[in-house]
Design a protein around this ligand. Structure first.
Ligand code: HEM
Ligand code: SF4
Length: 564
């Protein structure tokens, strides 16, 4: 994984010290709350329903056991003993008292971590494929490019006060595991016919109340020019983005409204920066700089490009076979596999981990994956460097630590935002619904029979739980002060299984809280009755449309007489 430089280390320590001074002044009454707010937000400290929420960045998802142990310590000593992995490769704490925030920043800085630019109207943590650098279907390792982008976009003044937050996702594999079309900028690394490396650039995707799929603005941009091109996009956004209306401020609205005019403006700005370079901002990436950053992504000690002798488990049966099938993934090195530790199990919210579980995951990573892990878009953890010969022992260790539910990609591997239990913006709770569904689908035979499916739950229209891109999406809505849930079908994140990214379609009036699990069950039963042999849920929805699902879902209503 990436090795941080002394510069990076000094920087996060300095930032933590600076923040301590700001907090002290605030607590002493020398810095008003209004003046302190932007300072804490720039370091990832929100104030939420119950306490400040801290969002810690995990750049492009790479995390070391040493860092995870420190997060466990923070959870134990400063929070209520747990944290929450999100869909954008961050970890959130929900209960840290503000007076302890500077201590927590110091603890993070000790392990090269921070919350800088995890909130506010700036370029947020840059996300990537959780299998970056190890995927069998990878064309180009995106991590060095992500790191160059991270260094360049952090603290760049042009990006500090954008009209709204700005999210970039990068992938370099055949499969899109980073949902790039749902981001403000989505980058797909590829090779052209001459074998040169460049980016397909998408712009203007996003969820929220107006879901928009990003438009392709460049089919192939030479990699050296990517910073200039992003700067051009952001300059145009800074100039024309709607600052008068919070709901229309995201770049997706500008791209949608202006279409070709937006593209022309970006291309003109791009030429202007490149040709005139008036202020020296034409940041072409020199080969030597990319090489320097690439060299910082070292293979773990003992791992070589030749891989290891192949040792695929033969004649595996029962639960182990299921785990191999769902939680173990192909690797670019012979003799290695990537393994998902499932954070989806009964009794815990999706993405939630206790301090003990963080310690357990760290110990497993040290024993089986050279201390390295990845945080995934689906709120799980991945071990990137597992030898095939170690799979049986890993399976036992993961089982003992509750990480071995063989459900990756299945109905209980759902995404859920914290909803009304933690989030001040929520219209409804997400977590009790996630718990109810996990309990209802506890029978693995049934879960396997339903097969591949993306179930995504958001507590409000802000869409943190990606409900728009779920094959089944659930959205919490407020009606007269009580919790209701809207169901959508047919959404896609853009993966091969799901097809081109598209928002799901609403199947009718909302359901009451005690009906929504029944409605989902009715939808899944309809699928099972209607599917052709080996047809997956999303394909059945595509083939027959959403109409046949409406009747059975509506039949479970008990209390919707007055629902709109
Ligand atoms: C409880 C604390 C949280 C608050 C207050 C919050 C707030 C928001 C708001 C206001 C938006 C809409 C922004 C816009 O469209 O301009 C948003 C979007 C989003 N948030 Fe959160 N969020 C929280 C937690 C989370 C969590 C836990 C996750 C991951 C599970 C998450 C991931 C996202 C994503 C992926 C989006 C969609 C971005 C898009 O429009 O494409 N957030 N959040
Ligand atoms: S979707 Fe709404 S309820 Fe869920 S975390 Fe985001 S803002 Fe909060």
């Amino acid at each position: 994984m990436y090795q941080y430089t002394d510069f990076d280390r000094r920087f996060v320590h300095q930032r933590a010290a600076q923040y301590r001074d700001q907090l002290d002044r605030n607590l002493a009454g020398k810095l008003g709350d209004d003046e302190f707010r932007p300072l804490r937000l720039q370091n990832g400290w929100y104030v939420q329903r119950h306490a400040p929420m801290l969002r810690v960045a995990v750049p492009y998802g790479e995390i070391h056991a040493r860092q995870l142990r420190q997060l466990a310590r923070i959870a134990r000593e400063h929070d209520r003993g747990y944290g929450h992995f999100t869909t954008r490769q961050n970890l959130q704490f929900n209960w840290i008292p503000l007076v302890q925030s500077a201590d927590v920043m110091d603890l993070l800085a000790q392990v090269d971590m921070h919350g800088i630019q995890t909130s506010g109207n700036c370029i947020r943590n840059i996300t990537s494929d959780a299998l970056a650098g190890i995927a069998a279907d990878e064309v180009i390792d995106p991590r060095p490019y992500c790191e160059v982008l991270r260094q360049w976009s952090t603290l760049h003044p042009e990006f500090a006060f954008l009209p709204r937050k700005f999210k970039i996702a990068v992938t370099g594999a055949a499969e899109d595991r980073a949902a790039i079309a749902w981001h403000d900028i989505g980058l797909h690394l590829r090779r052209n016919a001459q074998g040169e490396i460049g980016f397909e650039v998408l712009v203007g995707g996003g969820m929220g109340r107006t879901p928009v799929i990003a438009s392709r603005i460049r089919e192939f941009l030479p990699w050296q020019q990517i910073l200039v091109f992003i700067e051009a996009i952001v300059r145009v956004y800074n100039r024309y983005g709607r600052r008068d209306n919070l709901y229309k401020a995201r770049i997706k609205i500008l791209v949608k409204a202006e279409g070709q005019k937006f593209i022309d403006a970006v291309e003109e700005e791009f030429r202007h920066i490149l040709n005139d370079d008036a202020d020296g901002s034409a940041h072409l990436i020199p080969q030597a700089e990319l090489d320097r950053v690439k060299a910082s992504f070292v293979l773990p000690e003992g791992v070589t490009a030749a891989g290891a002798p192949s040792a695929a488990p033969a004649n595996a049966g029962g639960a182990f076979a299921r785990w191999l099938q769902r939680n173990v993934h192909a690797h670019r090195l012979p003799g290695y596999r990537a393994v998902t530790l499932s954070l989806k199990r009964a009794g815990q919210a999706p993405g939630d981990v206790t301090a003990e579980q963080m310690e357990a995951a760290a110990a497993i990573a040290e024993r089986f994956s050279h201390g390295e892990l990845r945080v995934t878009h689906d709120q799980n953890l991945v071990l990137p460097w597992v030898r095939e010969s170690e799979l049986p022992a890993l399976w036992e260790a993961a089982t003992a630590a509750t990480f071995a539910t063989p459900n990756i990609g299945l109905v209980t591997d759902m995404i859920a935002c914290p909803g009304g239990d933690f989030c001040g913006l929520a219209n409804a709770r997400s977590l009790p619904l996630a718990a109810e569904l996990t309990e209802r689908y506890a029978d693995l035979d049934e879960v396997y029979d339903i097969g591949d499916i993306d179930l995504h739950i958001s507590g409000c229209i802000n869409s943190c739980g990606h409900h728009h891109s779920g094959h089944i999406g659930v959205l919490g809505v407020d009606k007269d002060g009580s919790e209701w849930y809207q169901l959508t079908l047919g959404g896609s994140d853009g993966s091969t299984l799901s097809g081109a990214a598209v928002p799901g379609k609403v199947i009718g009036p909302s359901f009451a809280a005690d009906e929504v699990a029944d409605a989902i069950e009715a939808v899944l039963d309809t699928y099972r009755a209607q599917r052709a042999a080996n047809e997956r849920f999303i394909d059945t929805v595509r083939r027959i449309g959403i109409e046949p699902f409406k009747g059975p879902a509506n039949a479970v209503r008990r209390s919707t007489a007055h629902a709109a």
